[in-house]
Design a protein around this ligand. Sequence first.
Ligand code: M6R
Length: 584
Amino acid sequence: MCGIFAYKGKRNATKTVFEGLKKLEYRGYDSWGMAFKKQGKIQTIKKVGKIAEFNKKIPENADYAIGHTRWATHGKVNEKNAHPQLSNNKKIAVIHNGIIDNYMKIKNILMGKGYNFKSQTDTEVIPNLIQENMKKSSFREAVKKSLKTMEGSFAIVAISQDSNEIIAAKKMSPLVLGINDNESFVSSDVAAFLSYTDKAIIMDDNEMAVIDEDIEIINLKENKKITKKAKSIGMNYEEAEKGGFKHFLIKEISEQEESIMRAINQDREFIENISKQIDNAFGVFFVSCGTSYHACLSASYLFSKIVKKHVNVVLASEFINYKHFLTENTLVIAVSQSGETADVLDAVRTAREKNSRIISIVNVPGSSLTRISDEVIPMNAGQEVSVLSTKSYTSQLAILTLIAYACAGKYEKGLGLIRKSAYYIKKIISNDRKKIKSLAKKLKDKRDIFIIGRGLAFPSALEAALKIKEVSYIHAEGLAGGELKHGTLALIEEGVPVIVISTSDSEANIENNANEIKSRGGFMIGFNSHESNIYDYFIKIPSLENMEPLITIVPIQLLSYYLALYRKCDPDKPRNLAKSVTVR
Ligand code: M6R
């Protein structure tokens, strides 16, 4: 979490960093700050709240600037804890993403030498450690020495009053350099500088970049200068803009016909080769978090149904518990929109230690996951800015569905069904929007919403609940229809809304569950193909062999969006969350 952006070059530095931070707010948005060098002095500005809401003038005419948007890990959300953090002598400023595991030890040592600490952050040890090391060496040597002391996973950017360099370094947290004529950018992701340049150097772990007139990259382990060429990123800046929509969330929901079509525009031989690897592997694990996990779970039902193949679906944060089952014949398929989710990266590293093969399905090109995988299937969803995963979910599901059909020897059939789903999705978005908005109006003041589904519709129920709760803050719970009677039915009383998702092969059973709820006064909402008088509100989903999970989630994404609007929640930046979860 946390966004880093720094700039040195011909433009107005503070303004460029300010704009860059706005694009990185999806990584954290509880506070923000900037440090810049002006008239030979380091100056800072720090604010609590979203950067987009700041409407005062920012200082100008700085030589260069570094900025940060925060997602709190250590210390409350306040200006003191916002970054940049300064050294005691106020000559060194540091911004930081990640966690310094041994910061208490470093802090105690520095306190013993007379240093004071004003924040509750782990970050504040860094500028002070650099100050201490600068007693005997230059800025860059002092940063190097400090990095050796620091344990954990982090990306940092530092500036000093006694140097003209911006120094950036990383260890297991993302950091990218943007390169253009006479100007350099440092950022947590490429999208934040894409409007200026699409040439980037992706930094690897244990590398340090020294940015002055030129950029020098140093491999910290070997303590030597290395050469890395800037490469074109191949991502379109336009994709990152709202394009006339009020929020990224509705923009991203609306573009799913195209994103699904892009997702399945893969090389057939490549996908069939992956299906062979699945077939031959001794144990297949799908590993992911949050929405990506739901896509994997959904796909596992399809693998069971059409391939008759068992795949293990494991939450990345729990994967360590499965390490004893991993061998060099195991295939791990890691699925992640960002490719930076710390839990997923940890899981893949665990699998690597056991020499298992790693295939990843990733949206962000050049992300960490792409670089530690044996093979990468690009999701091609285009940049997803809203914290809510929407188009990335349907792209993941489309790719996994295509692989399942390839495994069953029915590649063409899978392709055809997915294409048809994309068309249905487009129709739902244009035809049912009003009806879904009215439903949101009816539900907006409810305390709880329950969602049930069976078979292929069960993972959809979990994903539906996640979408509703994360953006509207209404408590939403997804469960298998059969589980209701084992406990949750106790919560059903007059007017409690229950959404029933069904697929053609689970219809009969789920209707029994729906009746159990109806007879206890539940407000019944059907999201399925079969209209029935059980439902108080009904959204028709076209029936299409095994494709319901791909289609049904879209009207529920829309429902979540409208719930957020009615409840005055920010649809793009839900409280406490971040797009890329780089902490454990
Ligand atoms: O980038 P990833 O796909 O690895 O992210 C995993 C989860 O953090 C993510 O899916 C999260 O649950 C969604 N943003 C929720 O909409």
